[in-house]
Design a protein around this ligand. Structure first.
Ligand SMILES: [Zn+2]
Length: 260
């Protein structure tokens, strides 16, 4: 379900990092997804899970036009879901609305982590409220912004393309919900064959980058004094790496592989 008067701009290119996530242009409908998108689905499943079914997925990927409007629903992108907060068959108005508000608040408070594009809350009078990334704040609508408002018993949640396919999004939600450390997606260092000659100060390139990542210094591919010091620290801490000389020879290389 869409906010017809609050959508419709196109997505700019070049938003690739989470740093870009706050106060950025709103994407709206961009393209039709060919399948459900694992990032959005994992987030919605985790929300349903952590709220013990207090909120449940009432539809994510739906390829259809906006009702009575021209243009495609943002649900067709696979980046949006409607989370219902009234249990099926429950006639009590407002039954899980408190939980829904807590969910909406957590999403918005961590908007950058969730790559949040929008949250629409249809319930409040007179016309519902919406949070959007391009203003980074809630707005209480003062005119009719979406059908179903006021009183609609669901949240419409939209994430960006940057996270829509990231299966770790659900784990991020779980960590935030339980107030635990947030998992980071870190590329594991991999083992690497010895280049054939020692690396030392002045060396450059991918082998240096690999070494720098493991000895935990700035990774720039230039073997300078800081890298040399970090290699010496590594050798000091790992006797099997050979003499503490700041040179990366076969013994140090082998030990680095054991730490890769
Ligand atoms: Zn919707």
């Amino acid at each position: 379900m869409d906010a017809s008067t609050d959508m419709g701009r196109t997505r700019p290119a070049g938003l690739t990092t989470l740093d870009d996530m706050t106060k950025r242009p709103y994407a709206g409908f961009d393209r039709v997804a060919t399948a459900k998108r694992v990032g959005l689905e994992s987030l919605i499943a985790a929300i349903a899970d952590t709220t013990d079914g207090g909120l449940w997925n009432n539809g994510s990927l739906v390829v259809r036009s906006k009702r009575g409007k021209k243009g495609m629903s943002v649900h067709a992108t696979g980046r949006a879901a409607d989370l219902s907060w009234r249990p099926m068959g429950d006639r009590r108005r407002g039954s899980n609305y408190e939980t829904a508000q807590r969910v909406a608040d957590l999403l918005v408070d961590n908007a950058d982590r969730f790559g949040l594009e929008a949250v629409f809350d249809y319930y409040p009078k007179p016309f519902g409220r919406g949070w959007k990334c391009d203003r980074g704040a809630w707005r209480k609508y003062t005119s009719r912004a979406f059908s179903g408002a006021p009183g609609g018993d669901w949240l419409h949640v939209e994430v960006s393309n940057t996270v829509a396919d990231d299966p770790g999004l659900g784990d991020v939600w779980r960590a935030i919900w339980h107030d635990e450390p947030i998992p980071t997606a870190q590329e594991p260092a991999r083992t690497r064959p010895y280049p054939g000659a020692p690396l030392r100060k002045g060396a450059q390139g991918d082998d240096v980058r690999w070494v720098q990542a493991i000895v935990d210094t700035w990774v720039d591919g230039d073997f300078g004094p800081k890298t040399e010091q970090a290699v010496q620290d590594f050798q000091q801490a790992n006797p099997d790496a050979g003499p503490v000389d700041g040179w990366v020879g076969p013994m140090t290389w082998a030990e680095l592989n054991r730490h890769a």
